[in-house]
Design a protein around this ligand. Structure first.
Ligand code: SF4
Length: 432
């Protein structure tokens, strides 16, 4: 499985304590940084490591951090993002519960790198127990001198509070999140100011996913090259938390080298397909990525190889479907979720998603017509021009359904029923 960066202190029954974390080298990176490195040296190491954001977008982390100008005004903020609302995505929760001090150290290092004074830990509301755990461990870190005034006797002071999200999917989007924290309506801001220059209360703000931040202590302890060398893919860096759910023997969250092929994740830690089940497709990175068919089974799970294959890594949440799963039904289910979670701010998303939902529902009910297919295609393309990335993400499954599984859609229309509910010719096809 290779060296672990994120889950090396994982225990099935409880989070690692601060002493256990320290025994594994925890807080060494922070000590080294605040006592011997300048903030821009920390930024440079993160840049050199090739770390890319693990929240879905994959933006290079060091470049994002260097977006805070040295002359920028104070106070400055860091917002660790644990607002994971997407079906199948639960890696940040696993991380927080495995090793809370790894997460805290990563946040404080990011704060040191941009000279921030305040962290606001943004947590999904249904993660209330996790929020309480973080608050407890923040106090432990404070008492140990890793948070608060003059951290470890240095000139650097920084503290973190926990903010419970209002509980909408869009609150996880960085610009919407900034609005939410300020008590405004959480709709995204298009082409707005770079938050590294103008974020919370118009001050420089770094919004980073918790998994991303948790990679930083390793980079500073072992060096950027060592981190880069952990990946399996050519341009990859570090390790990745892949969460696997669906028709596999051992669903769960697994840390693997970045760029591990999909087949190795499914057949390795996930234990292979369930007895009698045959792989048909997966969503490679959560509900806002499109279906990945069997022809991509050996693709490396990293940003660039997946992009080359016309797919997206997203959050690395792999949802596996077998040959008995109706992908029209799955797409319908996903669109139902996105209709509910749309912030309603722009027309392509607010009006387009319910229209797509209606078409899919009628196809699934056996009321579909041939004319629905170009309409579905057009509506999905229409959503690519929405105000933020939410609607294109929602449309991804529709695009891929029509691209890779058109025979399944056609069969619903020609048979006037869902073939998976009626044991029709798709069963014969499966037996071929
Ligand atoms: S695409 Fe959807 S979520 Fe994004 S701004 Fe438009 S309505 Fe809101």
């Amino acid at each position: 499985m290779g060296e672990l960066v994120l889950l090396k202190n994982y225990r099935p029954d409880r989070p690692a304590t601060i002493d256990e974390y320290r025994r594994s080298g925890g807080y060494e990176a922070l000590t080294k940084a605040v006592l011997t490195l300048k903030p821009n040296e920390v930024v440079k190491q993160v840049k050199d490591s090739g770390l890319r954001g693990r929240g879905g977008a994959g933006f290079p982390t060091g470049i994002k951090w260097s977006g805070v100008p040295e002359t920028a005004p104070f106070p400055r903020y860091v917002v660790p993002n644990t607002d994971e609302m997407e079906p199948g995505t639960f890696k940040d929760r696993v991380l927080v519960n495995a090793d809370p001090h790894l997460v805290i150290e990563g946040i404080v290092l990011a704060a040191y790198a941009i000279s921030a004074q305040r962290g606001i830990f943004f947590v999904r509301p249904s993660y209330e127990m996790d929020a309480e755990l973080i608050e407890r461990e923040l106090e432990v870190a404070r008492n140990a001198g890793y948070l608060g005034d003059r951290i470890l006797g240095s000139e650097f002071s920084f503290d973190i509070t926990v903010h419970r999200s209002a509980g909408r999917y869009i609150c996880g989007e960085a610009t919407a999140q900034i609005n939410a924290i300020q008590g405004k309506r959480p709709h995204p801001v298009k082409g707005g100011p770079h938050m590294t220059e103008e974020g919370l209360w118009k001050r420089p703000t770094l919004v980073n996913n918790v998994e991303t931040l948790s990679c930083v202590p390793y980079i500073l302890r072992h060096g950027p090259d060592c981190f880069k060398g952990l990946a399996k893919s050519e341009k990859g860096a570090g390790t990745k938390l892949y969460t696997v759910s669906g028709k596999v023997c051992r669903p769960g969250c697994y840390e693997m080298p970045m760029g591990t092929p999909l087949s190795e994740i499914i057949e390795g830690p996930a234990g292979g397909m369930l007895p009698g089940a045959e792989f048909k497709a997966c969503l490679p990175g959560g509900a806002s990525t499109g279906f990945m068919s069997k022809e991509f089974y050996h693709t490396q799970m990293d940003f660039d190889p997946l992009k080359k294959a016309g797919q997206r890594l997203g959050t690395g949440a792999i949802i596996v479907f077998d040959r008995d799963t109706c992908l029209v039904g799955v797409t319908l289910n996903l669109i139902q979720f996105f209709v509910r979670e749309s912030c309603g701010f722009c027309t392509p998303c607010r009006e387009g998603l319910p229209f797509v939902l209606d078409l899919l529902q009628r196809i699934e009910n056996g009321e579909g017509e041939e004319s629905f297919i170009p309409m579905l295609r057009e509506m999905a393309s229409f959503m690519d021009h929405a105000y933020c990335a939410f609607a294109p993400g929602a449309a991804a499954s529709v695009h891929h359904l029509l691209k890779y599984f058109m025979d399944e859609v056609q069969e619903h229309i020609s048979r006037k029923q869902c073939p998976f509910k009626s044991g029709g010719p798709s069963v014969e096809k499966r037996e071929e």
